[in-house]
Design a protein around this ligand. Structure first.
Ligand code: PEP
Ligand code: MN
Length: 359
């Protein structure tokens, strides 16, 4: 089968599974990982970072162009189509020169319209499929903008990758999934495959399975998961990579929802919608928990400065803003008022406890 045909087949696979190392490190590592992935029989394309955009200098920044022939060799041996991240016009040029089959735009690039435009301009006239990761920050419009720029350059096969959003402070995740944003993006781009990247959401191995399952439950079209022959000694993202064998058992353990007709179809649709609601409710609870912690901090300041808990003007201002924002979102004034009153009461109770030394 021609590589071109393989790529088209891979793109159509549901679930579409992409795996491979965070970074190409050595020829041997790329080849061994590719062979082991191929032998699982569960992977449709091989990923490897060649140029690594690092948040801070001094970390491994990728082997660069010299790794592209290693990937070609791995494809020759395994038949797996190749996927590589590109962030500049030169990288697009080099990747295409070496026949990379699928390109992706990383989170640190999507965030910058100048960079996205540079990549899009370099792609003009090409047929290569392009996957676009969400931007680092939770800004849906930047993600949409990147899709529009690439589409305007004439790229027809565009897919989306949800890799989570950076957030300040400690959470369970390296990048908070904020599922509601991915769900909204999926809704707006129902024609494009949406793939989940549990590796960069989790940043650790122990919760990969859970996040992958959540994405499947939310009807994502596939997964991109980092794998390495020796994860602990990987040159980048060591904590989140898994061996191809572990990857295979992870994929086996995932519960795929069956696609059937008539009543089953209805039940399936219903349970998917309920899943979405459950995830949003989970997030609302998390956010409420965070909100109450902040209220406690405020309570501490008020205590130190001998200020009253209730400041009517401030509260009226919050409520008025919420009601007018709510109206735009089709939420009734009555609902918003009841909801905010409940939140406010809880917040006052917390502050009360802080101020009277009951916490
Ligand atoms: C990667 O996929 O290796 C990567 C750099 O991811 P992200 O752009 O999501 O940080
Ligand atoms: Mn990585």
């Amino acid at each position: 089968m021609l590589v071109e045909e393989k790529v088209q087949n891979a793109w159509k696979q549901r679930p579409f599974i992409i795996s491979g190392p965070c970074s190409a490190e050595t020829e041997e590592q790329v080849m061994q990982t590719a062979i082991q992935l191929k032998n699982t029989g569960k992977v449709h394309a091989l990923r490897a970072g060649i140029w690594k955009p690092r948040t801070r200098p001094g970390s491994f920044e990728g082997v660069g162009t010299k790794g592209l022939p290693w990937l070609q060799q791995a494809r020759k041996e395994t038949g797996l189509p190749l996927a590589v991240e590109v962030a500049t016009a030169k990288q697009v040029e080099d990747a295409l020169h070496f026949g990379i089959d699928i390109l992706w735009i990383g989170a640190r690039t999507t965030v910058n319209p100048f960079s996205v435009q540079e990549v899009a301009d370099a792609l003009r006239g090409c047929k290569v499929p392009v996957l676009i990761k969400n931007p680092i920050n939770p800004d849906l419009e930047l993600w949409v903008g990147a899709v529009e720029r690439v589409a305007k350059a004439g790229i027809e096969q565009i897919g989306l990758i949800h890799r989570g959003f950076s957030n300040y402070g400690n959470t369970d995740f390296r990048n908070a999934p904020m599922w509601h944003l991915a769900i909204e993006m999926k809704r707006r781009h129902a024609d494009k495959p949406m793939i989940c990247d549990p590796s960069h959401i989790c940043g650790r191995r122990d919760i990969l399975q859970d996040v992958a399952q959540k994405s499947i439950d939310l009807d994502f079209d596939g997964l991109i998961i980092e794998s390495h022959i020796d994860p602990d000694n990987a040159w980048s993202d060591a904590k989140q990579q898994i061996t191809p064998t572990v990857l295979a058992s992870m994929i086996d353990a995932l519960q795929w929802r069956s696609e059937t007709s008539n009543q089953a179809e209805f039940l399936n649709a219903l349970s998917k919608l309920r899943e979405q609601i459950n995830h949003i409710d989970d997030e609302l609870l998390q956010l409420l928990g965070q909100r109450m912690k902040i209220a406690e901090q405020i309570g501490n300041y008020k205590k130190e400065n001998n200020i009253t808990i209730l400041q009517t003007n401030r509260w009226n201002e919050i409520l008025q803003k919420a009601v007018s924002k709510g109206e735009k979102l089709n939420l009734t004034k009555e609902f918003i008022t009841r909801y905010f009153d409940a939140v406010h009461m809880e917040s006052i109770n917390r502050q009360n406890k802080v101020m009277n030394n009951q916490l």
